[in-house]
Design a protein around this ligand. Sequence first.
Ligand code: ZN
Ligand code: FE
Length: 253
Amino acid sequence: MLQITLLPARSDNYIFLGLDTATGFRFVVDPADAALVLGALQGGTLDAILNTHHHDDHVSGNLALKAATGCTIIGPAADRDRIPGIDRAVAEGETVALGASVAVVMDVPGHTRGHIAYYCAESAALFCGDTLFALGCGRLFEGTPAQMWAALKRFRALPAETRIYCAHEYTESNLRFAEHLLPGDAALTAYGAEIRAKRAQGLPTVPPLMGQEARTNPFLLADAPGMAARLGLAANAEPVAVFAEIRGRKDRF
Ligand code: ZN
Ligand code: FE
């Protein structure tokens, strides 16, 4: 089993420090800040870095951490040229051993063309970088709506108890957009109250649960009955077109 600690970094990033409790294997996901990770390790070892994508706020700690700890850097094969210090390039279906725990790699292009996620079924943990957020999803910098929608549907099909270790605390601003799109939605109202209470106490809203997101995240509801009509699209509009419309509105919100 994995024990996962959140390290808030920069203005709204989360770095995840993982420990496989059976073996003591330690890894970090998307280290934006090497000094922060080294501080959290308190002199302990670091075995691996897992990168989800090439953006600077996910890889900028790679080289300093590798130099300080000798850790192995694992990242997306499709983006191997853009991951500093990469040792192992992985793609869809490959497994990554984290001590006695195992993560499966999912290719989830959309935010970037090489974006991957790491899913550990045993620990019900999904490290999804900037693909899915609490009540939101990543911007389409390099990919298409079809790619992102396909990725989100795969995430949604994971067990409801899956914890979504997304890389940013964007939840409150995503909540405002979701409320604008789904005014008066009972599930969203209840979730929104929870989110605001946590943020008011300075607590993270990450990791949210997949079951909760499947009911309230507008981007996961693109194929829900009535969503197309709500957006002024034809009732029989393709879900990917509905998704693209929601993404476009969020970009302009
Ligand atoms: Zn990014
Ligand atoms: Fe990011």
